[in-house]
Design a binder for this molecule. Structure first.
Ligand code: FDA
Length: 400
């Protein structure tokens, strides 16, 4: 029977990085993945350029950019292996990158640069890779882990589960890690799609469906007074609902059945502006409104009420104030989301209260570790999820 110090299941961001670090620390490592292609999520990330970390990540305040039932769990790993540590690695490999919006770092060329880097780190650590290979059963026997795979049974002192989340099943996502966690008595926080476009009922959405493709900066909010979350980002209208960074971000906090509140003209005092326009302009309300929001939105919006379909000087103050209020306090209840097919990440996962935050090791079964997205730590859009993959992988490797 083949025997290793460590077997890692899942050769995505976290698994590859953990394998390279552990190998270079002198451990014998086997990395297994069932997908025919390596690290598909790294490949498609950031539109093919990989938003690999974020300069604004503050490990002392992880709750700012991460969600989970135990929001401080990720602090230790994120502060021991920081965004700067990963940036240094990227620099050592000569990969050119640039900063975009809000601290987001992207490769200049292609995500392939990062996959090559992760593989080079694995090679430097002498990591053995089996791919595609499937794991049929996992057992614990005399303080060792035994795995039945389609290449035979293999044994190790440590087992690392890095099988990621449930999103995009067509490129290899599976619930293997969640099932394995349950098999060994771990609680799993219900998984749900996050960083995902939200959808609206067909008929109720009809008036807005014509706006598909339109993007504009907005403020979006969800939650009640006790737990309000808000983002100032771009919104994108789609045929079935809303997307864009504003919606992806808020989707991670949104709970089914609850409303979203949108301000479609967040930098304006729209009511006052329209009342002032009334005194000096004879333009149609829609044309006046188009000075503050995109013309397509203005045209569609005034169709909702006859009192808005006239020259601004003929509209009543009440109608103009109502128009401004509806645009700046648009409340709507999504019917659902685009689900696992479109979600960038999974929220929920292996309950962190049963894992060591310095080692990612199970408190129930020493020698069993969970890293990356399979764990109940979910980052904001913008490179935070990859940083969690790198940091949790590094912390795990140091502890083995
Ligand atoms: P990851 O999904 O990377 O790897 C899991 C691996 O496990 C896969 O290789 C899979 O094949 C394997 N596996 C699953 N089941 C298995 C089984 N039963 N047996 C063997 N192997 C199995 N994040 C970010 O920070 N910046 C970004 O730009 C983006 N962009 C982005 C775009 C899109 C379209 C998506 C879907 C996601 C992103 N993300 C992102 C999120 C990011 O890709 C994600 O959080 C990390 O890849 C998670 O790393 P993991 O290693 O945990 O899982």
């Amino acid at each position: 029977m083949d025997s290793f110090d460590v077997v890692i299941i899942g050769a995505g961001a976290a698994g590859l990085f953990c394998a390279g670090v552990a190998g270079q620390l002198g451990l014998s490592v086997l990395l297994i993945d069932h997908a025919p292609k390596l690290a598909e999520k790294v490949r498609i990330a950031g539109g093919g350029r990989c938003n690999f970390t974020n300069r604004e990540l503050d490990p002392r305040a992880p709750h700012k950019h991460f969600l989970g039932e135990n929001p401080h769990f990720c602090r230790s790993a994120l502060s021991r292996y920081t965004a700067q540590d990963f940036i240094d690695l990227v620099r050592r490999h000569g990969i050119p990158f640039h900063e975009k919006h809000k601290g987001q770092l992207f490769g200049d060329r292609s995500s392939e640069d990062f996959i090559r880097m992760l593989l080079a780190e694995c090679d430097a650590g002498g990591v053995v890779r089996w791919q595609p290979a499937s794991v049929q059963a996992v057992r614990q026997a005399a303080e060792r882990w035994e795995l039945d795979t389609d290449r035979g049974t293999v044994q190790s002192a440590r087992l690392v589960v890095a099988t990621g989340g449930l999103s995009i099943p067509q490129i290899g996502a599976s619930d293997f890690g969640l099932r394995l966690a349950r098999q060994f008595g771990h609680r799993v926080i219900d998984p749900r799609p996050a960083l995902v476009p939200l959808t609206f009922d067909g008929e109720a959405w009809q008036p807005y469906a014509q706006l598909a493709g339109l993007a504009l900066p907005v403020r979006v909010e969800t939650g009640d007074k006790k737990q309000r979350m808000a983002f100032d980002e771009d919104l994108l209208f789609t045929h079935r609902g809303l997307s864009g960074p504003a919606i992806l971000q808020i989707s991670s906090y949104w709970r089914p059945g609850t409303p979203l509140r949108l301000d479609l003209a967040p930098s304006e005092n729209l009511g006052a502006e329209l009342l002032q326009a009334k005194a000096r302009s004879k333009r149609l309300v829609a044309n006046e409104l188009a000075s503050h929001v995109p013309a397509r939105l203005a045209d569609a919006w005034v169709q909702q009420d006859a009192s808005w379909q006239r020259p601004v000087n003929e509209a009543s103050d009440k109608a103009l104030v109502a128009l401004a209020t509806r645009l700046s306090q648009w409340e709507l209840v999504p019917t659902g989301s685009e689900g696992w097919r479109k979600a960038e990440v999974m929220a929920g996962g292996v309950d962190t209260r049963e894992l060591g935050s310095q080692s990612m090791e199970s408190r129930r079964h020493p020698g069993l570790h969970f890293i990356g997205e399979v764990v109940d730590v979910t980052g904001w859009l913008g490179g935070y999820n990859f940083q969690w993959a790198w940091s949790s992988a590094w912390a795990c490797a140091q502890a083995m």
